[in-house]
Design a protein around this ligand. Structure first.
Ligand code: ZN
Length: 158
């Protein structure tokens, strides 16, 4: 049996009401159920929604991007990083699948402070969701394990 594909609009805010992301003004976001395409705390609630329904879905950080891990906040020597200008906000991949991308938090004369936590780690999230469409996944989507856009197979960054 085919999984379902959910198309929905969302606006994501943190508990302080600060807007972090939104699909408004773009195509609705599409998610195939059962493939861990999105955080479990959101999928769990989405799959119970009906077309046209609006809901505020609150997802604690434990069911979103997890807690902040102090061991992923590290300090390295400038010389350990690629040559060239190092600036706050730059991101480095370690190239190892089990290791995350590190973001430059602070640059000092000799040391560079890096943070490998997901930017939303430790953040409790609120999704303002409107369900637009629910349909069965196509055979192609089932084979790929993710939802495709309105024009078929135009994506693929992963
Ligand atoms: Zn695909």
């Amino acid at each position: 049996m085919a999984n379902r594909v959910f198309s929905f609009h969302y606006t994501l805010t943190n508990r302080q009401g600060q807007k972090l992301d939104s699909s408004i003004g773009q195509d609705p976001f599409k998610v195939m159920e059962g493939v861990n395409q999105i955080i479990p705390g959101l999928e769990k609630e989405l799959v119970g929604m009906a077309v046209g329904q609006k809901r505020l879905i609150e997802v604690a950080s434990d069911e979103a991007y997890g807690p902040v891990m102090e061991e992923l906040r590290i300090t390295v020597k400038r010389a350990q990083l690629p040559e060239g200008q190092i600036e706050q906000g730059m991101r480095f991949s370690t190239g190892k699948p089990e290791n995350p991308v590190f973001t430059v938090v602070k640059v000092e004369e000799e040391d560079v402070h890096l943070d490998g936590n997901h930017p939303l780690a430790g953040v409790d999230l609120t999704f303002d969701v409107e369900m637009i469409e629910i349909r069965e996944a196509t055979p192609e989507e089932m084979e790929h394990g993710h939802a495709h856009g309105p024009h078929g197979h135009e994506h693929h960054e992963h």
